[in-house]
Design a protein around this ligand. Structure first.
Ligand SMILES: [Fe+2]
Length: 480
């Protein structure tokens, strides 16, 4: 039996309800009898999803989608059904603004009320809303401008800010996009900051025991303020620093303008690729390339002397307008997946858009093969089905053949990142996709499992509530 449809005045822009707040923190099991289709017995792990649980407070809208308070959702596939729970991360911003029922903190997209004197010298508040990591016994909620926040994996209760036993200092940012090397079990992350040679990228390695056991740093030639993700190959970490810069640093420092208002894409500054050895975090090579906005990377690997870097490419920073105005803006349709070949021996750079795919964001792959050659990328897309305001479909891109499979999720049904769920009994890149789908017709969400090859439904798990649109997802074979 499916969950009953709820009476819900679907808004004119159908997807907008997906940005509305979820105030209640749930903890319940959806029994298998309520699931349409069947959850494979091999799927007994946990699907995670994070994003802003609310985008306004006390009637005040936050300045940017990035300012929403982080809420983690977990759905564990068990023998008795699917165990769903959701919790806000108890950051100081969340706790104080919940008590006050108004904006208190300076954030990425808005200043604190009260004028410059209330904002001067202050950094945007940590929202712990962007991505998560389950590694070394810690469940962390990530936000690229600050330190991670640790949650109890069983209850999703907030443990506190994580400093890796004092090794991550107060102003060490720790990005939303760490990556695990499946060969070693080590997890790599980074953060933009100040180092011995000025603005640069700080690097961190966390071993499988959860210990921060190596740090590094390289300087940037420009003060890039939006280095969101990086590429991990077998031997290297690769950073493409887009020329998104702080155009008005003084106005930001004096509290006159919010951080977002001071950012600008300036292609005249150029774009540099930094290649860092994983062995010692020493920079081994740089490449100067034509500028673009790099956001997320699909899987990347090494072929002979070449680094093969697959990255979502925007030609400008226009997508930020949609991110600022989530309640009124129809979304940008995404980026092209672009493949760079960077030759470490002779410095040659080749690049091309991978053919055939629809514009996209949030590319994913079989992470058992991270850093080794893969052939399939999955991503959300926007299809022309009458409700194109947000990601309403998924695609499977087979890179060697250019074959593209599109799945339309249906009228008023929206998703975001979909995670590859490996089938231990089948070969590489075979398994399922797990994603959360918001249904504007009922104002609730489903957790869906799709066949990773055909993109057809395998199981649809109806939740009692909606999952607000978020940024990133995760899947672990551990039953948290
Ligand atoms: Fe991201």
């Amino acid at each position: 039996m499916n969950a009953p449809a709820r009476t819900w005045p679907r808004p004119k822009l159908a997807h907008v309800g997906g940005f509305e707040a979820l105030e209640t923190e749930y903890n319940y099991v959806v029994p298998h009898e309520q699931v349409t289709g069947a959850i494979p017995e091999a799927v007994r792990g946990t699907f995670l999803r994070i994003g802003p649980g609310r985008n306004r407070i006390g009637g005040q809208k936050f300045g940017h989608w990035f300012d929403g308070d982080g809420m983690l959702h977990a759905a564990t596939f068990r023998d008795d059904g699917v165990h769903y729970r959701n919790r806000y991360v108890r950051t100081p911003k969340y706790v104080k603004e919940t008590a006050a029922q108004k904006i208190v903190f300076r954030s990425f997209g808005h200043n604190a009320p009260g004028g410059p004197l209330k904002n001067i010298g202050k950094l945007p508040a940590n929202c712990a809303n962007t991505s998560m990591a389950w590694h070394g016994g810690r469940l962390l909620c990530l936000w690229e401008g600050g330190r991670p926040w640790q949650l109890d994996p069983a209850t999703l209760n907030t443990v506190g800010e994580c400093d890796f036993d004092g090794k991550l200092k107060k102003f060490n940012a720790y990005s939303a996009h760490g990556k695990i090397d499946p060969r070693t079990g080590c997890y790599y992350n980074f953060g933009a900051g100040i180092g011995p040679k000025g603005p640069g990228i700080n690097l961190y390695r966390i071993n499988p025991r959860g210990e921060l056991d190596m740090k590094g740093y390289f300087p940037m030639n420009i003060v890039g303020v939006f280095c969101h993700d990086f590429a991990l190959t077998e031997h290297y970490a690769v950073f493409m620093i887009s020329p998104i810069v702080l155009k008005h640093p003084v106005q930001f420092a004096l509290g006159v303008k919010a951080f977002d208002e001071c950012m600008d894409y300036d292609p005249r500054k150029g774009m540099r690729v930094h290649v860092v050895s994983l062995a010692d975090f020493k920079e081994v090579k740089t490449f100067d390339i034509d500028p673009f906005v790099a956001i997320h990377y699909s899987n990347c690997w090494e072929e002979n002397n070449e680094l093969v870097i697959n990255v979502t490419r925007f030609d400008d920073w226009g997508v930020n307008e949609a991110l600022r105005n989530v309640f009124t803006h129809e979304n940008d349709d995404g980026a092209r997946l672009w493949r760079f070949r960077l030759n470490l021996a002779n410095g040659r750079v080749q690049s091309e858009a991978l053919p055939g795919h629809m514009k996209m964001e949030f590319p994913q792959w079989d992470t058992r093969l991270s850093g080794a050659k893969t052939d399939v990328t999955w991503s959300p897309v926007i299809v022309d089905n009458g409700t194109p305001g947000f990601f309403n479909g998924l695609q499977r891109v087979q890179e060697s053949t250019g074959d593209v499979k599109i799945r339309d999720l249906g009228d008023g049904r929206f998703t975001s990142e979909a995670m590859f769920v490996p089938d231990p009994a089948r070969a590489r890149e075979q398994g399922w996709l797990a994603c959360a789908v918001y249904d504007a017709n009922t104002n609730r969400s489903d957790i869906m499992l799709l066949d990773a090859r055909t993109l057809e439904d395998v199981a649809v798990v109806p939740l009692q509530n909606h999952i607000p649109f978020g940024f990133h997802c995760g899947y672990t074979t551990d039953a948290l």
